[in-house]
Design a protein around this ligand. Structure first.
Ligand code: NAP
Length: 344
């Protein structure tokens, strides 16, 4: 007997990827129910070779559903996740609504799987921000080997991280530039086509942005509160795949060769690091892949025990949908959840 899984936000970028990944990985689901806003009721989404009709989240009864993969934004999650959790359905949420709640585990299975046992307090588990997920997958094995002290990261984040309307905006603006039409910015604060924007999410009082703050808070929550981290998050005109230039200072010495060997063995990591033309990964190559790719591993001689690396991953997969499905798999592997139908 398998699980009944609902996907809230099934018509979105992340939701569609969740459907693909559940099917690809053979998640033990007997029934998959796609949910979205009222606007999408009756539209169809693909699940393997089947088409499923979308239903409205607001009318759905979760009492016989086991798991809800939620990717419908922060305000929808704030309203719905506690109600769904109280109906005995475990919510795995992709928004930032619950990530910093002490009663909600924030999980990357390669990094802190044991924290998952805390989920039953609210029946909610949080998925990290896309840029944090790929960063901690790369940092964890290096932290275990040489203890990360300080991280300086600059991100190059694709437009799909801002939803399907943002992808349309890059496409429309690019075409407008080519045909000399006026370029209109709606979703982004400035033109994104042939440009980069050093601003993701709202500004904080100290001059950083919320996206940058998230990377600090989430790395501390999942990996180690002692790690000092500073980030500059930048939106770039790439459709899928976030890249990060990461400079790391360690407590203990670690050479580039040692780091390369450690990362080669680390779960979720794939090292592509040839010191030659094209011997590194770019976001276009990461799209559709599950790995966190690590390239350009080199020592930083300007600090004691320093390394610089280049980290690339498909933000819709490891940064969102894949990580959420891996969390669901972890619940099943550890027998933390049983199908309600079987229990009845
Ligand atoms: N994209 C990424 O890289 C990424 C990474 C990590 C986390 N996330 C988070 O994942 C969530 C979804 O992101 P996305 O990129 O998939 O956004 P998206 O493409 O804009 O999709 C949003 C989804 O939410 C649904 N929705 C909106 N309002 C709703 C409502 N009132 N009730 C029910 N469903 C509603 C939409 O349904 P309709 O089609 O009916 O409007 C759609 O299915 C966000 O919280 C985002 O922050 C995204």
């Amino acid at each position: 007997m398998g699980f009944k899984v609902a996907i809230a936000g099934a018509t979105g970028n992340v939701g569609r990827e969740m459907l693909n990944i559940l099917e690809e990985r053979g998640f033990p689901a007997d029934e998959v129910v796609p949910l979205a806003s009222r606007r999408s009721v009756g539209t169809e989404v693909s699940y393997g070779d089947r088409s499923l009709k979308v239903r409205a989240l607001e009318n759905y009864d979760f009492s016989d559903t086991d798991i809800c993969l939620m990717s419908a934004g922060g305000s929808v999650s704030k309203e719905w996740s506690p109600k769904i959790g109280r109906q005995g359905c475990v919510v795995i949420d992709n928004s930032s609504a619950w990530r910093y709640d002490a009663d909600v585990p924030l999980i990357v299975p390669e990094v802190n799987p044991d924290a998952i046992t805390q989920f039953s307090k609210k029946n909610i588990i949080a998925n990290p921000n896309c840029s944090t997920a790929q960063l901690v997958v790369a940092l964890k094995p290096l932290h275990d080997a040489a203890t990360v002290k300080r991280v300086v990261v600059a991100t190059y984040q694709s437009v799909s991280g801002a939803g399907k309307e943002a992808m349309d905006e890059l496409f429309t603006q690019t075409r407008a530039v080519f045909v000399a039409d006026p370029v209109e910015a709606k979703k982004f604060t400035k033109r994104i086509a042939f440009n980069v924007i050093p601003h993701i999410d709202v500004f904080m009082e100290d001059g950083s942005t919320k996206e940058e703050w998230k990377m600090v808070a989430e790395t501390k929550k999942m990996l180690d509160p002692k790690i000092k981290l500073t980030a500059t998050c930048v939106r770039v005109p790439v459709f899928i795949g976030h890249s990060e230039a990461v400079n790391i200072e360690f407590e203990k010495p670690i050479s580039a060769d040692e780091a390369r060997e450690i990362l080669r063995e680390a779960p979720g990591c794939l090292v592509i690091d040839k010191r030659e033309n094209g011997g590194y990964v770019t976001p276009v190559e990461s799209a559709g892949d599950d790995a966190t790719f690590i390239s350009r591993i080199r020592e930083d001689p300007t600090v004691e025990n320093g390394l610089s690396i280049w980290v690339v991953s498909d933000n819709l997969r490891k940064g969102a949908a894949l990580n959420a499905v891996q969390i669901a798999e972890l619940l099943v592997e550890r027998n933390l959840i049983q199908p309600k139908k079987q229990a009845a």
